[in-house]
Design a protein around this ligand. Structure first.
Ligand SMILES: [Zn+2]
Length: 232
């Protein structure tokens, strides 16, 4: 009997561990919180997903209702062009709506989010899994300038914004077709105010000079390992 009870306790403890590990897979909040913000869906009910569970688990995925609707529409646009594809997000804001939202210079009021780009392997085959570099939580798989492309900050970036180029033998390359599809969906949306991206990608993707695409400057983080979106 004692052995049976012990087994039961262990099984229940195991269940707790499993449910804790999956606790981040929550649906979006139904109504805005006291700051007027809503959470993004983390339960795969839409083609939106975090690059790492911690963006949902640590409540870094709060946005305005309008921004959430725009993000779901952009994710739907990507999925209609590429069946099964998702749109991946990193930091948005916290539920309290306080700006800035460390470590960001902005974020916090629900009108900003960082989004992942799309990648292939070195042979050009789409990478289904996001390149895994836990150290940077989805901010590291940069696509640096190729020889001859614009180098926006030849002297490097200021302080902590500096992040070196990844090595030439990195196992990923930018998936230009998917990234272009996703950017076009965003910049066509009147709810999107602007998108921060590095100049070499803006030009390479054939979107040079679009009024919503901007360079963030050399005091800000590089935007060829993610993009930053500002919503109205
Ligand atoms: Zn950002």
């Amino acid at each position: 009997m004692r052995a049976t009870i012990l087994t039961l306790v262990l099984l229940l403890a195991g269940c707790d561990v499993a449910s804790d590990a999956d606790a981040w897979r929550r649906p979006a909040s139904a109504t805005p919180d006291a700051s007027g913000l809503v959470s993004l869906p983390c339960d795969a009910s839409t083609p939106l997903e975090p690059t790492r569970p911690r963006y949902c688990r640590d409540d870094r995925h709060w946005v305005t209702p309008q921004a959430r609707a725009a993000l779901i529409d952009a994710a739907d646009a990507v999925r209609s062009a590429y069946p099964g594809e998702v749109l991946r997000f990193m930091d948005a804001s916290g539920p309290d709506g306080v700006k800035p939202f460390p470590p960001h210079l902005s974020h916090g009021d629900g009108r900003q989010i960082d989004l992942g780009l799309y990648y292939t392997d070195v042979q050009g085959r789409p990478l289904r899994a996001f390149p895994a570099y836990e150290r940077h939580g989805g901010y590291w798989p940069a696509e640096p300038p190729r020889p001859g492309e614009i180098v926006a900050c030849p002297q490097g970036r200021v302080g902590r914004a500096e992040k070196p180029d990844p090595p030439p033998d990195r196992p990923w390359r930018l998936d230009e077709a998917r990234t272009r599809t996703f950017l076009q969906a965003l910049i066509a949306d009147p709810r999107v105010r602007r998108v921060l991206i590095e100049p070499h990608l803006e030009r390479r993707l054939g979107l040079w000079g679009h009024p919503k695409l901007r360079f963030a400057g050399c005091q800000a983080a590089r935007h060829d390992d993610h993009i930053h979106v500002d919503f109205h």
